[in-house]
Design a protein around this ligand. Structure first.
Ligand code: CA
Ligand code: CA
Ligand code: CA
Length: 186
């Protein structure tokens, strides 16, 4: 009765209003490529690796399904640093002085470490900042986090990237006065 594009449009429209279900869309939404019990849609949203047959994104021997803690809409983050247990390998999931496995927009990952006793929280990464300067791209995104320190003291942070950084990369930090300062790369 319907052909080509018209049929596809009708199918999507009906799915959205909830009158009928579009079988193709439902199947895609429920797809679980590695059969680990975590659907690809949510796994990707959480930064998990759906291509691993083991279903163990951080390779610590405990499956993502277990480390998520049974409520996929509220995955476990035992140390409260902002990176879920399924991404933080082994003891790092219970250590807020270090965060590992955070997925960046280019698909690579970053580890964030503080000095002993200084805690991380609120770790987050977004693709870019609003009103970014013309001609500047953010392949590694914009990373934010909170740290603890004594009043007036400084905190040393080490960022370790899983991928090779471009030779012409510039790293900046933004202070609380929204001033940009360059970060030295080692
Ligand atoms: Ca794991
Ligand atoms: Ca964590
Ligand atoms: Ca941690």
């Amino acid at each position: 009765m319907f052909a080509g594009k018209n049929c596809a449009r009708l199918c999507i429209w009906l799915f959205h209003v909830g009158v009928y279900q579009c079988t193709t869309n439902v199947a895609t939404y429920q797809q679980d490529s590695n059969n680990d019990g975590v659907i690809d849609f949510k796994a990707t949203e959480l930064g998990l690796d759906v291509s691993k047959p083991s279903g163990d994104s951080d390779d610590d021997g405990i499956s993502d399904f277990i480390e998520l803690g049974g409520d996929i809409s509220n995955p476990l983050d035992s140390d409260g640093d902002g990176v879920i247990n399924a991404l933080e390998s082994g003891s790092m999931a219970a250590d807020a002085t270090i965060a590992s496995g955070l997925k960046l927009p280019d698909g690579s990952r970053v580890e964030i470490a503080t000095a002993s006793g200084k805690l991380l929280s609120g770790i987050n990464v977004v693709a870019a900042v609003a009103n970014s300067p013309a001609g500047v791209s953010f392949p590694f995104g914009v990373l934010s986090y909170n740290t603890t320190s004594d009043t007036g003291a400084s905190v040393e942070i080490a960022l370790t990237f899983s991928g090779e950084l471009p030779v012409n990369i510039k790293l900046y930090k933004v202070d609380r006065f929204l001033q940009l300062r360059t970060i030295t790369r080692y």
